[in-house]
Design a binder for this molecule. Sequence first.
Ligand code: GLN
Length: 287
Amino acid sequence: MVIKDLLVEGVDLLKQNSNINPLFEAQVILSKLLNVDKSFLIAHEDLEVKKTIEDEYFKIIKNRKEGYPLQYLLGEVEFYGYKFKVREGVLIPRPDTEILVSFIIEYINQKKLTNYRLLEIGVGSGAIILSIAKSCPKGSLVGVDISETALDVAKENKKNLGISNVELIKSDLFEAFHSSTNDTTENFDIIVSNPPYIDREEMLNLQREVKYEPQIALFGGDDGLFYYKAISDEARYHLKNGGILAFEIGLKQGEKVKEILLNFGYRDISILKDFEQRDRVVVAYKD
Ligand code: GLN
């Protein structure tokens, strides 16, 4: 089949799912399989495509039509201008999370922090910690995750981005630090996390696409706030005085997370909004 016909048939299948932009996705899938950019497809629409690629193309298109995430099908996603590998078992980085990354990078630059120490709880694919390390290389960063799959993917991304100052270790929240020596306590300038924050009720109504993502990266307990409480509590013992704790939050969680932080003694708490004017990030200082 030639490129043009593949696109026409692909669009026809994809448009049966209203969450999909059919031409855009058919083009993305085909250009990835042919290893060319979109302009090539447009300029060579009469080019015959090998049967093996044609079969692979329709397999992907059909899975996508059923709601399987495009990012898993392609095995990668762009975040903060970098390419990150993703696969089933690891949360797909969201554009909204760039707000948290931008805030941290601005903070490090404004304060002219060099040799800063940053800890991320729950790195997933590594999108947050690796983007920060890329933009602010003069620091030493530690990222933890409980999921082996996430750590494998994050390590792959670290290698692909040529990063050497990020250490990635397996840990359930702060567990890995419990038995370590004093020099890992009260040692971080910044602790950051995009924890699972979806509450029980919302979990039942998740969009089709989110269903393919790991529950462990999404479910934040009955009220969605479990990890904010656990991390805010323990981070106090791992932050330097004057250090900051920054969270991504769900759109209705701003005031509740602020209250949790106040109860644990943090000060100067602020809530930042995303591009749709929804509460997205909470930042707090340790005295
Ligand atoms: N932002 C994700 C979503 O809405 C949730 C990620 C998380 O729980 N940290 O699907």
